[in-house]
Design a protein around this ligand. Structure first.
Ligand code: ADP
Length: 246
């Protein structure tokens, strides 16, 4: 029996009432964990994610140390209760892939040469998933790294774009991700308030070159909005610390 595909766009609006170029509601809070050197909680739509950063600190096992720079480790993990059907705990192909591409997106942004022989560990825990978790995790990880005081070249800001019923839409939620024609997660390096380069680009499905151009423009627009929310979260954390000192 074939599964009935729901209509994803009705009267120019998406299932949750959003316009094509609209992000889901976002909430970001920096410094939520006491025992991590840096941390961040993010909600992007129904996604709920915590990121924790430890380091720069001594690397164990020691044979992994690099005398010229820090090594970066990134672990993406989904809680068993984060998806509809219980997810089997532990790493799987998908989480290993996401961990790898996310680490590769962050690595060039971290000033690793400043921390020889040390390690920076980034853990992201998906508590509730609703599509776009890899991008939401990168947004949280970036804020957590800054919260940990890790020197960075800029901010990493990420968002996905999808093709749904022939339309290019920003920040797809689960139904759009499941039944859409394409899903394209982007991450950007933002420096001095400007998008400098693409740090991650993946593609699941098909888009024409013209559609891809449109997707990039939408992603950039969404990323600048997210970037401002990331910055605000960091500023709030610093002003909270300032108040505590006074
Ligand atoms: P992303 O979360 O970055 O969009 P995917 O496109 O691989 O990554 O996954 C889309 C969504 O599918 C996830 O956000 C989650 O809601 C759901 N999902 C992923 N893995 C599982 C799983 N093992 N069981 C149920 N749902 C899952």
């Amino acid at each position: 029996m074939s599964e009935e595909i729901p209509r994803l766009i009705v009267d120019g609006k998406r299932l949750d009432g959003r316009d094509f170029d609209e992000l889901r509601p976002i909430k970001i809070e920096a410094g939520v964990l006491r025992r991590a050197d840096g941390s961040c909680y993010i909600e992007m739509g129904k996604n709920k994610i915590v990121a924790a950063v430890y380091g720069p600190r001594e690397v164990h096992p020691r044979h992994l140390q690099d005398p010229s720079r820090a090594i970066i480790r990134y672990r993406y993990n989904m809680a068993p209760f984060s998806v509809e059907e219980r997810k089997k705990p532990g790493p799987d192909r998908r989480s290993i892939e996401i961990s790898k591409v996310s680490r590769e997106a962050l690595e060039p942004v971290i000033l690793k040469e400043l921390f020889p022989r040390s390690g920076i560990d980034i853990f992201v825990e998906v508590l509730q998933a609703d599509a776009g978790t890899r991008t939401a995790c990168l947004n949280a990880a970036s804020v957590a790294l800054i919260d940990a005081g890790v020197a960075m070249r800029g901010m990493i800001t990420a968002v996905a774009v999808a093709k749904v019923e022939g339309e290019i839409v920003l920040d797809p939620m689960k139904e759009e991700d499941n039944y859409g024609e394409a899903d394209v997660p982007f991450a950007f390096l933002i420096r001095n308030g400007k998008i400098e380069s693409i740090a991650l680009l993946q593609m699941d499905g098909k888009m024409s070159a013209e559609e891809m151009k449109k997707a990039l423009e939408l992603a950039k627009k969404g990323a600048m909005q997210i970037y401002n929310i990331q910055r605000e979260a960091i500023m709030r954390k610093y002003s909270r610390e300032e108040e505590e000192v006074e």
